[in-house]
Design a protein around this ligand. Structure first.
Ligand SMILES: [Fe+2]
Length: 206
C-alpha cells in the first residue's frame, strides 16, 4: 500500500555535523522581551538593562585592567601585588557574570565581546606597555571610582522604579566588593616608613 502524508521536510540521517550555519538574530541589542512574569513594566526593564550594560562594560574593563596589572607588575612588592591583583580579578569575574545574568533576567541582552565593551566603557584606555606599581594602583583606583559612582546612581534609580532586585544586586554584589577592593588598593599608596619611623619633625597627621 503506498504511503501518504509523507513529510516534505524530512532530513537525511547522517553523521556529518551541520557546520557554518547562519541566520538573523532572534533579538536585537538594546531591546527587552516584551512580556515576562516579573511584575516589571517594559520601560523599566529597558532603562535598567541599558544602565546595567554600562556598568557591565566598566566592570569588564576593570577586570581586564587587573589581569594586565597582575602580569605586568614589577618591583620589590611584585609577589604581594601579583597575588592581590589576581584575587581582585577573580572577584570581578564573578561580578561580570552577576551583571550579565541580571540583564538577561530582565529580558535584555548583555554586552559580551571586547570590541563592544571598548566602545561602551567610561574607563580611560590604559597603555599597552608597563607602568610602575603606584601608577598601576592609581589607575585601578580611578576605575573603581567610575564603577562606584555609577553603582550609587543606579541603585537609587532602581529603587525609585521599583526594581528591588537590581537595587539589591548593585549594592550587595557590585558596590560593596568594589568599595572593599578600593580600600585594599588605597592603603598601598600611604607613605609610611618600612623600617625606620620618621622623626617627629617630618610627621604630618591627617
Ligand atoms: Fe596568573
Amino acid at each position: 500500500m503506498p504511503r501518504t502524508n509523507v513529510s516534505t521536510t524530512h532530513t537525511t540521517i547522517s553523521a556529518q555535523p551541520r557546520t557554518h550555519q547562519h541566520a538573523s538574530e532572534i533579538q536585537q541589542y538594546g531591546t527587552v522581551t516584551p512580556m515576562l512574569p516579573l511584575e516589571l513594566e517594559e520601560p523599566v526593564r529597558l532603562e535598567m538593562t541599558e544602565q546595567l550594560n554600562l556598568l557591565l562594560a566598566d566592570t569588564m574593563t576593570l577586570r581586564d585592567l587587573y589581569k594586565k596589572s597582575h602580569w605586568q607588575v614589577a618591583g620589590p612588592t611584585f609577589y604581594q601585588l601579583h597575588l592581590l591583583f589576581d584575587k581582585h580579578y577573580e572577584e570581578q569575574v564573578e561580578i561580570v557574570d552577576e551583571l550579565a545574568e541580571r540583564i538577561q533576567t530582565l529580558g535584555g541582552i548583555a554586552l559580551a565581546m571586547a570590541a563592544d565593551v571598548a566602545e561602551t566603557t567610561r574607563i580611560p584606555r590604559a597603555p599597552r606597555g608597563r607602568e610602575e606599581a603606584p601608577v598601576q594602583i592609581s589607575r585601578l583606583i580611578d576605575a573603581h571610582q567610575v564603577v562606584i559612582r555609577h553603582c550609587r546612581q543606579l541603585a537609587r534609580r532602581a529603587s525609585a522604579l521599583g526594581d528591588d532586585g537590581t537595587n539589591d544586586m548593585v549594592v550587595s554584589d557590585v558596590l560593596r566588593p568594589n568599595e572593599l577592593q578600593s580600600w585594599f588598593l588605597t592603603e598601598h599608596l600611604v607613605e609610611v616608613p618600612l623600617v625606620h619611623a620618621a622623626e617627629p619633625s617630618v610627621r604630618k597627621a591627617g
